[in-house]
Ligand binder design. Structure first.
Ligand code: 5GP
Length: 206
């Protein structure tokens, strides 16, 4: 009863908590594959090449685009980010669902190329003040970078209505449950169960 995997896109302004939600999802459902993006930004402390991102030079990134190796790519905060195509298509063909931590531009491009295989969830912070607090608490970025991310957050939030599902991340555990529920419902969509006609046919012949 094999099925084609689906693409679960978790988008949010940075600081809304999407990385933690994504991690929780992956930790409890090992059948989900994470799409590891390529980027031209520098690694943050603790980030590992090939695990958190494929860290690439501008020239290497351009070469990947030239070879058509990216499923989508975009400029975010003046840096390049993109999704390597081959691992995603292989996982989907194998019936695995793939989680994407990408922005609205990536979601739009995935929808254009993969259509209903893409389930989009947009996470909103409970308030802009809370967003700033989370960015500052993370202590990963210098103040100028935090201001840049606050502006980028507003630029991301205006695209909330391009997503099929929207959650306000007031409470982490409830958000994780909601994301799991959306995934469970998407997996049960009739169109995602191509074996059903045969199964029902056999039921009727019993
Ligand atoms: P960060 O630099 O904080 O890791 O990511 C910055 C933003 O870029 C986040 O909103 C993240 O979701 C987005 N992003 C990460 N990888 C990709 C990608 O492959 N494609 C697109 N379009 N956005 C990405």
């Amino acid at each position: 009863m094999n099925r084609r995997g689906l693409c679960l896109v978790l988008a949010a302004p940075s600081g809304a908590g999407k990385s933690s939600v994504g991690r929780a999802l992956l930790a409890t459902d090992p059948s989900i594959a994470l799409s590891v993006s390529a980027t031209t930004r520098a690694p943050r402390p603790g980030e590992v090449d090939g695990v958190h991102y494929h860290f690439r030079s501008h020239a290497e990134f351009e070469a990947m685009i030239g070879r058509d190796e990216l499923l989508e790519h975009a400029h975010v905060f003046g840096r390049r980010y993109g999704t390597p195509r081959a691992p995603v298509l292989a996982a989907l063909e194998a019936g695995r669902d793939v989680l994407f931590d990408i922005d609205w531009q990536g979601h739009r491009q995935l929808r254009a190329s993969l259509g209903d295989d893409v389930v989009g969830i947009f996470l909103l912070p409970p308030s802009v003040g809370e967003l700033r607090r989370r960015l500052e608490a993370r202590q990963q970025d210098v103040p100028a970078e935090i201001e840049r991310r606050m502006q980028a957050a507003r630029d991301e939030i205006v695209h909330w209505d391009e997503f099929g599902h929207v959650l306000v991340n007031r409470d982490f555990d409830s958000t994780v449950v909601a994301v799991r529920t959306i995934l469970a419902a998407a997996r049960l969509a009739r169109a995602r169960q191509p074996w059903l006609p045969g199964f029902v046919g056999a039921l009727m012949r019993e």
